[in-house]
Structure formats: structure tokens, C-alpha cells
Write a protein that binds this ligand. Sequence first.
Ligand code: NDP
Length: 359
Amino acid sequence: MDGQSTSLDFALISHQDSWEHVSAFLHAIRSQDLESMSIDKIKDIFSWIPPRKVFHVGVRSTYNGREVRGAYIESFIPPDQLQLTYFKKLVQKVQQASACAVREKAKIVTLGGFTSIILEGNIDLLPSRQGTPFTTGNTMTAALVVKGVEQACALHNISLSECNLLVIGSTGDIGSGCVNYFAGKVKQLLLCARRVSLLEEQSEHLKGSSSAVRFSNDPASLLPLADIVISVASTSEPEFSTSQCQPHTLICDVGYPKNILPDDQVHKNRLWHGGLGQITGGYYFDPDYTGSFYIFPYPNVGHGCLLEPVVLAMEERYESYSTDRGRITIEKIEEIWELSQKHGIVLAPFFNQEGVWQF
Ligand code: NDP
């Protein structure tokens, strides 16, 4: 790493998605001489810890061999508070984390997972940005989801144009980006979210598309009709079950925390954790917490929302690439996809909680 540099190419703001991950994370970053803490003790203290930079990250581009250098800023949002009922507290945490990124002189900052959902992508809710560009990273996530769906269909010899595609969370930022991308490419779009008025509006917008459109706020009524499911709802725990799907259905769970309860074996090679990329040039953490935190069955894997600022930093494009809700276009998906391929950031291999897909 370049010790002379006074600013960071990027900063990644995020949170942990379960108490199990919080525990592994906290034990990794505390002094190894300290006694181990019980989950109950961790639950007592975690939300009181102010957001802070925890480690540096280095990522290498395969295009020019250049390394971009950033920092991971943990928001210390407890996983059981990932709900809008904690709105005030959560906004405060995101504001503190953002101020930390600005203090670190990051050239671009991403709001990973729920930290952008809380703001509905509206970066104007971060008052002291001092000109620092913020992005949600959602265009990159959407790109990794749609390209993953296409690749999964190719692996299973499924023709998209004959499929009913269900998007749970279709009116959200990533969900609507996926809907826009697949409109006209699939036989039928099945749209699902809780607010019916937004679903009505969305289906109205899709009227000119050659795909048929149907919507419901009841996922159980749509899951059995789907050949492909993209689940990208902002639930704080899994709410939808693989057993509600047909045996042949391909299921992409994009949620962080996860949306889908994997309660059958039938979908073992058909359910995958989507929105993830793999950095073929490699990444490292300093200090190195890779053994106890951010563990995947493959090396150098990362979430789309955290990879977007990395790609932009590699391109030296320090701009608020993804903001607000519902503004992800096909053109932007294709652009960020092309740039990520150029720098060696590709689709992560398919895996789920059972491990990697086996054929
Ligand atoms: P948004 O808040 O923009 O959208 C969430 C969508 O989910 C809305 O359509 C919302 O509509 C719907 N929704 C929420 N709860 C339910 C429910 N119980 N049943 C059905 N629909 C529901 O969020 P984003 O698009 O920004 O993010 C979505 C998910 O993707 C989150 O879990 C986030 O953490 C995750 N994510 C994953 C990444 C990855 O790399 N895998 C990267 C970035 C984010 P309504 O309120 O009307 O129900």
C-alpha cells in the first residue's frame, strides 16, 4: 500500500447482516488478549459503538495493474434494527459513518446494503459531504444480478423468452433496475412488493413492453408461477421459502440480509446468492481480517454495492453514479458491466449456504 498518500481512492460504508457475523467481526477487530464476549453482551454494547474506519482495502485492476486503495467503515448498525421503525437512529449512524469517510478524504464513498435504503438513496440527507461524491452501488448490484440470471439460464439450458420472471421487491431501486432490464426479454413479468399503489404505477409504465405483466402484494400467490425468481426485498430476515417454488425454478437471492428460506434440497443447484462479483486481480484487507470476516466459498468475492466505487476509482471517475430510487437504466447497467469486465471484476461463481453449485 502507498503509505505516502493522504487520501483514499474510495470508502465503503456498510453493516453486518446477522449477530453471528457481528460476533466474528468484533472478535477479529478486538485485541486477541481480551476475553471472548457472549452474543448477549455483544447485543448490549454493539449499537453504542460509533461508526469508524476498521481496515484498509487494496484492490488490483487487471487492466493496468494499478492498485486502488480504500477503507471499510463499519456503521455498527445492529442487524435486528434493519427496519424503518428505527429510522432516526439509523440515519444518525449513516450520517456519522459518512462524516468519517469525508474526514478520511475518500474520493468516492458507497453506502452499502441498508445504509442507502435508509436514505432511499437520497444523498442530500447527508449534510456535510463537502463535495465528496456518494453512490449507493446499486447499478453494479443490478448488473451482477441480471448478468447472473442470464448465465444461470444458459447453464440450465433455459430460454429467457419462455420464462415467467418474478421480482420480489420490484418497486425498489435494484428491483426496478432488473425489471427495466428484463422487460421485453421474458414471456411474463411478475411484480411483487407490499405497496399496491406502486405496483400499479410500475405495471402501467410497462404497458408498451412485449412481456405480459402481472402484480400482487402476496408473494405466495406468485412464487408457484415463476420460472425465475429475483428476490431483492429489503426484509430484515428471510421471509420467502424455496418450497413455494416449482422444482425447476431458478432463484436469485440478492437480499442482505437474505430474503429466502432455503428449506428444501430440490433447489440446491438452482438457488444462488446474487449481486456478487469476483475481483480476478485480487483484494486484501489491512489488517488482514479475511480469516474471520467476509467469508465466501470462493476468494476475492464482494457485494456489488461495494464493488461499484472500486470500479469507478479504477476509472478515476469520482461521481455519484447511483443515487435516489428507480433511476437504474439499461444503459447504466451495460456501462458499469463493461467497465467492471475491463478491470477484471466478473460474476462470482454460483453458490448458496449449502456451498457451490455442482453439476
Ligand atoms: P429498496 O428499499 O429500494 O427496495 C426494497 C423493495 O423491497 C421495495 O420494492 C419494497 O417495496 C420491497 N419490500 C420490502 N419488504 C417487502 C416484503 N416483506 N415483501 C415484498 N416486498 C418487500 O432497496 P434496494 O433495492 O436498495 O435493496 C434491496 C435489497 O438488496 C436489500 O436487502 C439490500 O440490502 C440488498 N443489497 C444487496 C446487495 C448485494 O450485493 N447482494 C448490494 C446492495 C443491496 P414495499 O416497501 O412496497 O414492500
